[in-house]
Design a protein around this ligand. Structure first.
Ligand SMILES: [Fe+2]
Length: 405
């Protein structure tokens, strides 16, 4: 009885979120794509009348010379810049405050992120902090960004997080190691530049992991109960682009076309999940990330087939449609087999990309806690097609932990 009540309350709450996603104005960043994208973005900043920007990045991007290149391009169009380059993976409140201090001291009028998900998330929160006169911690949560952030522009150098289009930015609390999201439609950047020349240096394992993150965004959005015709179109576009380009981008890193298409796939997957939301793959991946530091894309890659196996009895029709879109089966194949073909496709992709199928670092004595935390995250956040109980989640995590040796 209690379970049934929870089920209906949950469905009602998710319906509320679906309506909110439809009604709330969620803008899309203007997209510049191709080898001139960076220059075009700089030009668009200059014609907005912005005199000085804060470039937010990390040391890896500085070493590759990309931060200098960006500052040079800004200077060419008459925009001055200051650089904050101390962003670390999983940026903390302190890093946001440090960037914000430079923004104020240098009297910047806009924020430009260049790098992976961490610099982009950090930049989005710096921009929100610049206009909202309250401590960064008080921006955490849903709809806490009252005033429009400073103009924000992003140049992703990895293809996976989708942070360039999403309404969220994650900041970590260094004391509790908890990842706390700032969620507000105002956080969506004004423009994004997808320049493949900035992605050619990305190592193969990171390309594979971030690509699997984008694939997970698209699949979880597609089988979500809050999916709409619009989010389905974006998810399908992302999935077919990933199918055609991820292996090429991993094995032939200098293939600019594959890099650009993967960047576009990540952008589309971001547009899909920012409205349709995610599911248990992300809940479990976040928990593994918090407990063991498992990289996000890698965790998603390993967890995805297990959650699809669990969800297929409720998501069979949608999984079958994905299978058809990927040409895995013919039109006469029953939905059940089509759904199974999608799971096998993900497993094959894992092998092709040299990704593991299991995690030996999961300790059996942690499984109960890992399951509890994963379900806690999923409970009021994700419109999943099939609910998971504690025992089922523990079983799933044990299957992920099982060694094939
Ligand atoms: Fe993700």
């Amino acid at each position: 009885m209690e379970q049934k009540l929870y089920y209906w309350l949950h469905r009602l709450y998710m319906l509320g979120l679906k309506i909110a996603a439809k009604v709330l104005p969620i803008s899309k960043p203007t997209l510049f794509i191709g080898k001139d994208a960076l220059k075009q973005l700089c030009h668009s900043v200059s014609i907005m009348g912005i005199d000085k920007v804060l470039i937010v990045t990390d040391q890896g991007i500085v070493k590759l010379g990309f931060a200098k290149k960006l500052a040079f391009e800004f200077e060419r169009v008459g925009v001055h810049s200051a650089i904050y380059s101390d962003v670390l993976p999983d940026p903390t409140y302190d890093q946001v405050e440090a960037g914000l201090a430079i923004y104020r001291e240098q009297q910047c009028q806009g924020v430009v992120a260049i790098g992976g998900g961490s610099p982009i998330d950090c930049a989005k929160v710096i921009a929100a902090g610049a206009t909202n006169n309250k401590p960064v911690r008080r921006l955490v949560g849903l709809l806490k960004v009252w005033k429009s952030p400073a103009p924000t522009f992003v140049i992703p150098t990895t293809s996976g997080t989708g942070s360039e289009v999403t309404v969220a930015a994650v900041v970590s609390d260094p004391k509790t190691h908890q990842k706390t999201p700032v969620m507000d439609p105002k956080l969506v950047p004004i423009a994004a530049a997808l320049d493949p020349s900035l992605m050619l240096a990305l190592p193969a394992p990171i390309t594979a992991q971030t690509g699997m993150d984008a694939l997970t965004h698209a699949i979880e959005a597609y089988i979500s109960c809050n999916a709409t015709a619009e989010t389905d179109r974006y998810a399908l576009a992302a999935i077919t682009l990933i199918d055609e380009n991820l292996e090429k981008a991993v094995k032939f890193g200098q293939n600019a076309t594959a890099r650009q298409n993967m960047a576009l796939a990540s952008y589309y997957a971001g547009l899909a999940f920012t409205k349709a939301s995610l599911g248990y793959v992300h809940a479990i991946a976040h928990t593994l990330g918090a407990k063991y530091g498992t990289p996000h894309g890698l965790a998603n890659a390993v967890v995805l087939p297990h959650v699809l196996e669990f969800s297929k009895c409720a998501a069979e029709a949608n999984m079958a449609k994905l299978s058809t879109a990927l040409n895995l089966t013919n039109q006469y194949t029953p939905d059940r087999e089509k759904a199974q073909a999608l799971i096998e496709y993900v497993k094959t992709l894992q092998k092709t990309l040299d990704l593991p199928s299991h995690f030996e670092h999961i300790r059996h004595e942690h499984v109960n806690e890992l399951a509890r935390q994963s379900l806690h995250e999923a409970r009021w956040n994700y419109p999943v097609p099939r609910y998971m109980e504690q025992e089922q989640c523990e079983k799933l995590i044990l299957a992920i932990a099982a060694s094939t040796k």
